[in-house]
Design a protein around this ligand. Sequence first.
Ligand code: CO
Length: 134
Amino acid sequence: MIGRLNHVAIAVKDLGAASEKYRRTLGAEVSAPQALPEHGVTVVFVTLPNAKVELLEPLGAASPIGKFLERNPDGGIHHLCFEVDDILAARDLLVAGGARALGGGEPKIGAHGKPVLFLHPKDFNGALIELEQA
Ligand code: CO
């Protein structure tokens, strides 16, 4: 069921500074910032040959990464995103196996314009998992 690693997401306090680090220090291709109010974040994607890095900055007072950045003031790895062919089938299989889907379990449209869903980190060894329908 699980497909390719789509991206590793890193929460940052300063998206501009983080983008410049990837662009200048690592010579990476970095996208323009994209505000996602329904997810409470602004994102950029760093394109690597085999996957992407997603840099996340809080957007709005109720951002889901606000508390994470309070606990991790230097930023930190926030989630991993795996691709799946059919997100509803994947969700149903995982929930039947005891995993908890966040946000009521209904997929939202993510930064790539595709349905995404998050799974509780306590069910995945402490790692927040995002599924994206490829
Ligand atoms: Co993501």
